[in-house]
Write a protein that binds this ligand. Structure first.
Ligand code: F6P
Length: 553
């Protein structure tokens, strides 16, 4: 047994959950008319309603006790203080400095990082304004009309998600943005189809500038550009780079004026606030990018200063811990009722699963409790016509976050009212369901005869008690988006703090990378490597034709 599962706070929660508490959501709401007020919290432009989760006041008290026992506040302060909390990589975790809009210094290793952060932001502003205004042109003097961001993981998902979310504020007649991540050539080929090399700017975004997919795509993009413009020197005007590895960007041929630096204390999946956001800034303008930072800073201040009981990221994290560790839920759905947020689930998959998909604690010991759930989701209302059947009537309990903006970005007919109605209705149906008796009564009222109604009623019943939280944004703006993303970042932090895991390393992606290099060599050589397992060797043989040749008489 680990220290965590033997701890008083953990055991109290386990006993609380084993005692069959809490009651059904119908009973909880009936017993407490003030439940919405008691189980909701506001922070800046966001409201979190967590009343439709099966928690009582006592449950929350026990969860806050768990957070206190884990010293979450001290751990949080340690992150803000720039200490090397990513201990397996011996790095500080200071993405909050990238969006620090106060005059407070933020230090790591005794050095204030803010002058460097501000300098890069100023360079980003100058560069983006020059490209957007047409002051900087391509090699042949033509205006840049298309930006292609080449990156993967944190160097793609964050900027892509934000660019999609802020699409309404962009002017596609002036500048379009595209994202290429997959090493599958279809991604690059399809993106470049129809683009004019003379008007295209590539932003190669890679923290390490060694990632196989990004380097392969960047090399092919470069070849496309040089072939299109017939001049190797064009690379200097059509490529920018964002990286911590400035020497590698120089070797690629990108002039220092088009290289935007960030630092090893910025984790890949936390990097959209850094120059990794360059493509977003090019697309929507630097003012909006800085509003995004300001919104995130507002959430940072809330997280840093609000008492645990009123702290939105802490509460969201603890509700998740209740589901994962004490109710045995293994997945978590994120359901934005906002088409502009359609890439949010994909972004959160990396944020949450790469951060908290860990099996050993900070002392390297295997954990004996569940850590991060499988996170997934799609925008509503589309999901309702796909997987919501399982959410309502399946055998698994899938806690869900519903996210919606009170005010829509457009005023087209009845669309936004219907969108919000569906969002709220789904949380209602999940929470309160419909009993078999209610289903029966409904069928009878529709004129169905008793026998037929009795046969059909079990299928039409909804068990309810399916937990969900609802996050409302005043309106989708750069600032509210920044706050929303920061909310989830800090939620992930708090969960990792309680689970006593390193949320900032990602060793689990390394083995596949290593093996891919060896398999690529075997594919090139056309034969399996000595000692290769039978399945991989068989597949390799099928792909290269060696298996077929060997079978021929
Ligand atoms: O997949 C692992 C990972 O290291 C992510 O953490 C990171 O976001 C991604 O690869 C891309 O890395 P880079 O920005 O160095 O190309």
């Amino acid at each position: 047994m680990s220290i965590l599962t033997e701890s008083p706070a953990w055991r109290a929660l386990a006993a609380h959950s084993a005692s069959g508490q809490p009651l059904s959501l119908r009973e909880l709401f009936a017993a407490d008319p003030g439940r919405f007020a008691a189980f909701s919290v506001s922070a800046g432009p966001l409201l979190l309603d967590y009343s439709k989760n099966g928690v009582k006041r006592q449950t929350m008290e026990l969860l806050f006790a768990l957070a206190r026992q884990a010293d979450v506040e001290r751990q949080r302060d340690t992150m803000f203080a720039g200490e090397r909390i990513n201990h397996t990589e011996d790095r500080a975790v200071l993405h909050v400095a990238l969006r620090n809009r106060s005059t407070r210094p933020m230090k790591t290793d005794g050095r204030d990082v803010m002058p460097g952060v501000r300098e890069v932001l100023a360079r980003m502003r100058a560069f983006t304004e020059a490209v957007r205004s047409g002051a900087v042109t391509g090699h042949t003097g033509e205006r840049i009309t298309d930006v292609v961001n080449i990156g993967i993981g944190g160097s793609d998902l964050g900027p892509l998600m934000v660019a999609e979310a802020l699409k309404w504020s962009a002017d596609p007649a002036r500048l379009r943005v595209h994202f290429v991540s997959n090493v599958d050539d279809a991604h690059l080929v399809e993106t470049l189809r129809g683009l004019d090399p003379a008007r295209t700017l590539f932003v190669v975004a890679s923290k390490t500038f060694t990632t196989q997919e990004t380097m392969t795509n960047a090399a092919s993009a470069r070849a496309w550009l040089v072939a299109g413009l017939g001049d190797e020197r064009a690379v200097a005007r059509h490529f920018a780079a964002v990286s911590t590895n400035v020497s590698a960007t120089t070797i690629f041929g990108i002039p220092p004026g088009s290289v935007f630096e960030f630092w090893d204390w910025v984790g890949g999946r936390y990097s959209l606030w850094s120059a990794i956001g360059l493509s977003v800034a090019l697309y929507v303008g630097m003012d909006r990018f800085e509003q995004l930072l300001a919104g995130a800073h507002g959430m940072d201040e809330h997280f840093r200063t609000a008492p645990l009981e009123h702290n939105m990221p802490v509460i969201l994290a603890l509700i998740g811990i209740w589901h994962v560790n004490f109710l045995g839920c293994t997945t978590h759905a994120v359901l934005p009722y906002d088409q502009y947020l359609h890439r949010l689930p994909a972004f959160l998959q990396q944020l949450d699963m790469e951060s908290n998909g860990k099996r050993v604690d900070r002392d390297g010991r295997p954990v004996d409790y569940a850590t991060g759930p499988v996170l997934w989701g799609e925008p509503g209302t589309n999901g309702q016509h796909a997987f919501f059947q399982l959410l309502h009537q399946g055998t698994q309990i899938v806690p869900a976050d519903f996210i919606a903006a009170i005010e829509g970005r457009h005023a087209l007919g009845d669309h936004h009212r219907l969108l919000l109605a569906n969002c709220l209705a789904q949380t209602q149906a999940l929470a309160f369901g419909k009993t078999e008796d209610e289903a029966l009564a409904e069928l009878r009222a529709q004129g169905m005869d008793s026998d037929a109604a009795r046969r059909l009623a079990p299928y039409k019943a909804f068990p309810g008690n399916r937990p969900s939280s609802t996050i409302l944004l005043d309106r989708l703006t750069p600032a509210s988006l920044g706050a929303l993303i920061a909310l989830y970042e800090h939620k992930v932090f708090v969960q990792g703090a309680v689970w006593n895991i390193d949320s900032f390393d990602q060793w689990g992606v390394e083995l596949g990378k290593q093996l891919a290099g060896r398999v690529a060599g075997a594919l090139e050589g056309g034969s399996p490597l000595p000692g290769m397992d039978g399945s991989t060797a068989g597949l390799l043989g099928k792909i290269t034709g060696t298996g077929r040749q060997q079978r021929q008489p």
